[in-house]
Design a protein around this ligand. Structure first.
Ligand SMILES: [Fe+2]
Length: 254
């Protein structure tokens, strides 16, 4: 199993506070059969821009202390119209330095330029992965916003905590809906520490496995391809439940 989203590197963002905490987090992940984790520290254009030099120093330090899990590079990129320019200027980088970019949306709105940006990234040969869209209130209200992105080739990273119920019942229910619609392509713990937001990846995987075994299988087969920078196999067809006449009537009257 691969954890695609963690804030495991110490003292570079609001994640792990020190090396000891990082080692505790790694220990927790190794007990969950996780073999690879992506160290996706925050990168917020114009607000919080970690340099590659600082990132590498911390990353290599942790790698030298840890022998249990394969740790690979990454960033959680806050969406911005400048992302392409920043990538071309080598200010940002992808997962394991491949062309897969983990991109986060704001929680409460869906930027008007988002669809164009994701389209343009694909056109340039990059592979955007949208981070935890099940936590975005606009996508919760209108799943078509996410379907449109996936139809143009964007992959979806879901937080395992969303399926476990860590963010409340509304997000858990929506996360389950996305699993049933095949709208998940990788999982991440989004772990920030070893206590209040610890890594709990396997529990999320177990729920997903129970709900949608075919999707679970697809994820296991394709997550390694992503880490190696290879193309994924055909993404699972999005399942859209057809509304009945009475269902439509009911929804329109709400
Ligand atoms: Fe995160």
């Amino acid at each position: 199993m691969i954890d695609f989203h963690t804030h495991i590197l110490p003292k570079v963002d609001d994640g792990s506070k020190n090396e000891k905490m990082t080692m505790n987090m790694l220990e927790k992940l190794s007990l969950q059969d996780v073999d690879t984790i992506c160290a996706t520290s925050h990168y917020i254009p114009d607000e919080y821009e970690i340099t590659r030099e600082k990132y590498d120093l911390t990353f290599n330090g942790i790698k030298s202390l840890n022998s249990k899990i394969n740790i690979v590079t990454g960033l959680e990129l806050y969406i911005s119209p400048d992302l392409i320019k920043q990538y071309e200027n080598k200010k940002i980088w992808g997962i394991n330095d491949t062309n897969y970019l983990l991109i986060e949306l704001p929680m409460d709105f869906f930027p008007i330029y988002a669809e164009d940006l994701f389209y343009n990234l694909k056109a340039l040969g990059l592979n955007p992965i949208i981070a935890h869209p099940e936590r975005n209130s606009k996508i919760i209200d209108d799943v078509d916003l996410l379907i449109n992105l996936v139809n143009q080739g964007t992959l979806v990273q879901m937080n395992s905590g969303s399926l476990i119920g860590e963010y409340g019942s509304l997000i858990k229910k929506f996360a389950e809906k996305l699993v049933s619609m095949n709208l998940v392509h990788v999982l991440g713990s989004d772990a920030h520490n070893d206590s209040s937001r610890p890594p709990r990846l396997k529990e999320g995987f177990d729920i997903l496995h129970k709900m949608n075994p075919d999707l679970y299988q697809w994820i296991l087969e394709n997550e390694k391809l992503i880490i190696s920078g290879d193309e994924v196999n055909n993404i699972p067809e999005i399942y859209i439940k057809k509304q009945t006449f009475f269902g439509k009537l009911f929804n329109n009257k709400k």
